[in-house]
Design a protein around this ligand. Structure first.
Ligand SMILES: Nc1nc2c([nH]c(=O)n2[C@@H]2O[C@H](COP(=O)(O)OP(=O)(O)OP(=O)(O)O)[C@@H](O)[C@H]2O)c(=O)[nH]1
Length: 136
């Protein structure tokens, strides 16, 4: 029997610039958790590796090209997402091609992890931000 058939896998990027700021985007109106600030990323689709899913999401959401080999695993969070369990995988990315643009969100913001507490973020992101504050 398949184990955890309902588990949702979500991948997200801590896109980090040369001064250590990380890019967050605002979730648009009409989506679950609209108005909250999140790390760019999304759900892993069937047949995708987490890294190829994240590279696809970064292209769709920000218009940047990222090599799967430039996505460095950082940490993860486990949380409830509606009626499903969710594993949220966070990767560090410091190398990409192109200028990040808000293609799928009303606004982007670069900020240091210690300033992220000032923004409303999904509850699942709390341990991710705590990790970044400690180890960035
Ligand atoms: N990208 C992203 N998603 C997050 C974060 N934290 C968090 O709880 N999530 C949740 O993970 C899920 C990601 O789904 P999504 O809607 O962004 O996925 P997607 O881009 O594949 O969209 P779609 O399902 O509408 O096609 C959402 O329920 C979202 O609220 C985060 O920091 N970044």
């Amino acid at each position: 029997m398949e184990k955890n058939p309902t588990m949702l896998f979500v991948v997200a990027a801590a896109l980090t610039n040369e001064v250590g700021e990380i890019l967050l985007q605002m979730r648009p109106e009409g989506r679950q958790m609209a108005g909250l600030w999140e790390f760019p990323g999304g759900k892993v689709e069937q047949g995708e590796s987490p890294e190829s899913a994240l590279a696809r999401e970064l292209k769709e959401e920000l218009g940047i090209d990222v090599a799967a080999s430039d996505l460095i695993p950082l940490t993860f969070a486990s949380a409830q997402n509606g009626d499903r369990g969710m594993i949220l995988l966070l990767y560090r990315c410091t190398q990409w091609i192109g200028q990040p643009a808000a293609l799928d969100s009303p606004e982007l913001k670069w900020l240091h992890p210690c300033d992220m507490d000032a923004l409303p973020m999904p509850p699942a992101d709390v341990p991710l931000v705590n990790f970044l504050k400690k180890f960035s």
